[in-house]
Design a protein around this ligand. Structure first.
Ligand SMILES: Nc1ncnc2c1ncn2[C@@H]1O[C@H](COP(=O)(O)OP(=O)(O)O)[C@@H](O)[C@H]1O
Ligand SMILES: [Mg+2]
Length: 44
């Protein structure tokens, strides 16, 4: 069953990967409290 509290963040993912790909930025920081999904976001 789909968990209503979690959803894909394709727009954010696309912005970050495109900014890296086209050398607009060379790094970024994910800054948020623990257990908010930072590692999960990077891995998937
Ligand atoms: N989009 C998501 N959908 C389902 N579960 C998620 C999602 N993002 C995070 N989780 C779960 O939430 C928990 C915390 O995520 P995690 O990435 O380890 O947090 P952080 O790195 O910010 O401390 C983990 O058990 C992870 O599997
Ligand atoms: Mg983490």
């Amino acid at each position: 069953m789909q968990d209503i509290w979690h959803f894909p963040r394709k727009e954010l993912t696309g912005k970050l990967t495109n900014a890296i790909r086209y050398n607009i930025i060379h790094s970024f920081t994910l800054f948020a409290p623990r257990r908010i999904g930072k590692t999960y976001f990077l891995n998937y």
